[in-house]
Design a protein around this ligand. Structure first.
Ligand SMILES: [Zn+2]
Length: 120
């Protein structure tokens, strides 16, 4: 019974894979990782094994001085193996929140933003 069930599951997952096999469970496209929550865009500052770090500026109001200050926020995002080659350090990318995958990774790589949006 259990063998048959696993076989059917494997066949289903094979059909869903349109491109090369991606066995990554935590891949938002091929795995069963759900993306929900907040979306951020920023520049890739470092690239690691299955992980990228992005950084972006944001304005924070400081009550004492009644003024805004620029601060930088760094976020770590999951980068699945199938998209590893499409991202390089310095790219402007968009990431979306997912369930916590590790202590620091709560986001997953969503898409690379083209140069046209960079001017904005
Ligand atoms: Zn994948």
């Amino acid at each position: 019974m259990t063998k048959k069930e696993t076989k059917t599951i494997k066949e289903k997952s094979k059909k869903e894979l349109t491109s090369e096999a991606c066995k990554d469970k935590d891949c938002p496209v091929h795995g069963n990782l759900k993306l929900r929550g907040r979306t951020f865009k920023g520049f890739v500052v470092s690239k690691h094994d299955k992980r990228i770090a992005i950084e972006f500026e944001r304005m924070i109001y400081i009550k004492k001085y009644e003024r805004y200050a620029r601060t930088k926020t760094k976020l770590h995002a999951r980068l699945p193996r199938c998209m590893e080659n499409s991202v390089a350090v310095g790219d402007l990318v968009r990431i979306k929140e997912c369930r916590p995958l590790s202590k620091i990774i709560h986001f997953a790589f969503l898409e690379k933003i083209n140069g046209s949006e960079e001017k904005k």
